[in-house]
Design a protein around this ligand. Structure first.
Ligand code: ZN
Length: 128
């Protein structure tokens, strides 16, 4: 993966922006106001996050990936260790919830950062 761009000095790369919810312009950790909800604007640099329309595109995609992953892990654990059913419930239900929230954050953050970087690449200061 190469998301290095000479025009994005001082801005976070796509991957750290997605993983940590960084503002795509100043790199402050301000992108999310809730668990998987964007803030209205960046309090550090004033970038308006509401102008980005990321939508719920990643949600269905993520659900499929996470569902397949968790199922594979659960089957693997069952076949190797054969734990009691309550252990499965204890393990996979919170893990699935955490994976969905984290995946949504990362997916939405990545889309917003990509959208921002593309606009910045055009040389248009559209957010002023
Ligand atoms: Zn910012």
């Amino acid at each position: 993966m190469t998301d290095e761009n000479p025009n994005t000095e001082g801005q976070p790369g796509l991957v750290p922006a997605a993983l940590f919810g960084l503002c795509p312009r100043c790199g402050a950790r301000t992108l999310f106001a809730g668990l998987a909800k964007f803030a209205d604007r960046c309090p550090a640099c004033g970038l308006d996050f509401t102008t980005f329309n990321v939508g719920d595109g990643p949600a269905a995609f993520l659900t499929l990936i996470i569902g397949a992953l968790i199922t594979a892990l659960a089957i693997g654990l069952e076949l190797t260790a054969h734990p009691p059913f309550w252990l499965h419930a204890l393990l996979w239900i919170p893990l699935t919830g955490a994976a969905v929230v984290w995946g949504l954050r990362a997916g939405k953050g990545a889309l917003l950062a990509a959208e921002y970087q593309r606009r910045a690449g055009d040389g248009q200061a559209k957010d002023e």
